[in-house]
Design a protein around this ligand. Sequence first.
Ligand code: FES
Length: 482
Amino acid sequence: MSVLDGKELRIVGFLCNWCSYGGADTAGVARATQPTDLRIIRVPCSGRVDPLFVLKALFNGADGVLVSGCHPRDCHYAAGNFYARRRLEILKRFLPVLGIDERRFAYTWVSAAEGQRWQHVVTAFTRQIHELGPAPRLEDAEPLLKVADMALTALRPLGSGQSAALDELKAAIRSKLPELDCVIGWQQGRDAAHHVPLFMRKPEDVDKLVWGPFNVNNPAVYLPSFKGKKVGVVVKGCDARSVVELLQENLIRREDVTIFSMPCEGTLDMGRVDQALGRYTAIDQVAYDEAGVTITADGRAQRFCMADWAQGKCYGCATPSAVLTDESFGASAPVEAKATTPPELAMLDAMSLEERRAFWRGQMERCLRCYACRNACPLCVCRDYCVSDSRDPHWMTQEDTVKEKLFFQTIHALHLAGRCTGCGECQRACPVGIPILALRQQISRAVGELFNGYAAGMNPQDVPPLLGYAVVEENIQEQDWK
Ligand code: FES
């Protein structure tokens, strides 16, 4: 029984073999009294603790999780704990968006000689968890399916983009095509109201290139599969950030990629547009005007004004013009220089922890686990080695439960920490319209707060923050155990 009052709770501790595990042993040898709620898992270094370990424990009934490693500068492997500190701090800031109280997770440093400190840490953390009580289970939340109305205010003019210099762009692609294996862009899909990727290999293919608010796909997703070939890519502003992030991670080579760009005036939220169009046999006409598009299907005309029908990501977009380009056409799009919270994230910010749990419970019941979100992501490059498919290690089952599905979504989001450019392809590709971009946006916000406004995919020379560390982290306030 715990030395603390009441029922023993389940706390999982990941302890570095070289220091904290020794510290716990020292406390035991010294017969220091400790609560018995903690179940210790010994790891070779705090740097070995993948955030998914913590989430796995929390999703499977742990009431609290503690990670403890060697003090900074004392890591047996020199810098494992420095890398861990960044990852774990981001995880801590991520938990609330899932409806998990961040106080249920803590990380700290205890040396092998600090039996007394270990006793203090474990007692204080156990008390903290007892004050919070048993962790509420995701499965017990009442599903909340209604998505709150999002207040959408554009930072820039949204429009149909039909004044773009498409002919000039086509001429440039034609003249460059002989040097390239392929140029990726967009073409009309099943009808004039749906565009799909276009792979231009011959000059006549260039005639099919289209531009406008139906160009929703991010062509950067195809670039890693062209590795070693000379390829051109036509990009919107958000697509260009994905290209830059691929360059930052050496997943493509700058000399192999030619970037053609035009300023973007926003893309339509095709999930909502298709819903509004309903069932139809044929699109009769698509007419563009300055501020939107009118689609006539089976003789019925419907107007979609961009100010109301653009994708959520477009309202707060600060990079409508490509951040990196070889050939650009059209004037740069104006942006109001004011930071804004993305609408999906603002919706979750307005909820309590209980409501967020209920929200994700409801949304995950709808998830088909089709992995469209993963496959559409330009930065999800593990492909055949994805943890969700792996049997060794077998982190996830194929069970169709809300817990497993949210676990997959959280792993996906965490793998994009400091890498997600906010292109929103995950959310767009979701066949049931789950606002999963919010998970990545929360992590991107935490990364920005911790690393001086860092945003992924802005500069090819930047090192993603989770690939590095600082001995002294100016923006990380560690828990004071005194
Ligand atoms: Fe202990 Fe790295 S060896 S934290």
